[in-house]
Design a protein around this ligand. Structure first.
Ligand code: PEP
Length: 254
C-alpha cells in the first residue's frame, strides 16, 4: 500500500495580512496547480483563512484551521464552529494539538467530540497525539498515544482519520529543535498503525500518520524514509515559505 505523502504547515498564532501575502508570493511559483507531488496544506489562524482560501485558489494546496468549537452552534461567545469552517471553504482542521490539550484544557473526550463535528461537516481532521518527556522517560509513550487515539476511534471510528490524518507529535520535540530520531518515531507510528488496524486493517493501511516536532529540511528525508511515516506537521519551519517548500521537496523525492 502506498500512501501519498502529506506535508502540513501549522503557522500557530503567527502571521499578518502582509506577511501572509509575502508567504504566498514566495510560495506560489512552486505551489501553483499541482506542481508538488505530495499533498500539502497550510493551517492558519481563523481570521486569515479566507485570505488563504483565495490565495490558494489556483493551487492544489489545502487550507486548514487549527481548532474548532466543541459545540455545533449557539451561545458560545468567541467560538468558531466546524460548520463555519466548511462554509468559508476550509478543507481541514488540526484537532488535539498538544498546545490545545495543555494550555486550553482539552481532554481526549473534547478532542473526539470535535473530530466528530469536523467530519460530519465535511472538514477533514488532522488528529494530534503525543507524550510528554516525563511519560516517555517512564516508558509510557505507546500507552499514552494509544489512549489518545482510542478515544477518537471509539467515538467516530477510523474514517475521519482516513480522510484527514493522524499526527504523532511528542511534546518534548515541539518547538524545541529536538526531533525524535527517525527510528524512535517509526516505532511509535508502527504502534499507532497497529491500534488503527484493531478497528479496520485495510483502512489502517490507508491512514496517513504524520510526524511533528522540529521537522526541518535537514531531518525530513530520513523521517520520510521510514515505512510508517507518511509526512509531517511542521510548526516553526513553516513560517518561511522557502523552508516549508524545502520540506515538501523532501517528500516529493521519495
Ligand atoms: C507543531 O506545533 O505542530 C510543531 C510540530 O511545531 P515545530 O515544528 O515548531 O516543532
Amino acid at each position: 500500500m502506498t500512501r501519498k505523502p502529506f506535508v502540513v504547515a501549522n503557522w500557530k498564532m503567527n502571521g499578518s495580512l502582509k506577511a501572509n501575502d509575502e508567504w504566498l508570493s514566495a510560495a506560489m511559483p512552486q505551489m501553483s496547480g499541482t506542481r508538488l507531488a505530495c499533498d500539502v496544506a497550510v493551517c492558519a489562524p481563523f481570521i486569515y483563512l479566507p485570505q488563504l482560501v483565495i490565495g490558494f485558489e489556483h493551487s492544489a494546496t489545502l487550507v486548514g484551521a487549527q481548532n474548532c468549537a466543541q459545540y455545533a452552534q449557539g451561545a458560545y461567545t468567541g467560538e468558531v464552529s466546524a460548520a463555519m469552517l466548511a462554509d468559508i471553504g476550509c478543507d481541514l482542521v488540526i484537532l488535539g494539538h498538544s498546545e490545545r490539550r495543555t494550555l486550553f484544557g482539552e481532554t481526549d473526550e473534547t478532542v473526539a467530540g470535535k473530530v466528530k463535528l469536523a467530519f460530519d461537516n465535511g472538514v477533514m481532521p488532522i488528529v494530534c497525539v503525543g507524550e510528554t518527556l516525563e511519560e516517555r522517560e517512564a516508558g509510557r509513550t505507546i500507552e499514552v498515544v494509544s489512549r489518545q487515539l482510542r478515544a477518537v476511534l471509539d467515538k467516530v471510528g477510523i474514517l475521519p482519520l482516513v480522510s484527514g490524518a493522524l499526527a504523532y507529535e511528542p511534546l518534548w520535540a515541539i518547538g524545541t529543535g529536538k526531533s525524535a530520531s527517525a527510528k524512535d518515531a517509526q516505532a511509535v507510528h508502527e504502534a499507532l498503525r497497529a491500534v488503527l488496524a484493531e478497528v479496520d486493517q485495510e483502512a489502517a493501511q490507508r491512514t496517513r500518520i504524520l510526524y511533528g516536532g522540529s521537522v526541518k529540511a535537514k531531518n525530513a528525508s530520513e523521517l520520510f524514509a521510514q515505512p510508517d511515516i507518511d509526512g509531517a506537521l511542521v510548526g516553526g519551519a513553516s513560517l518561511k515559505a522557502e523552508d516549508f517548500l524545502a520540506i515538501c521537496h523532501c517528500a516529493d523525492s521519495l
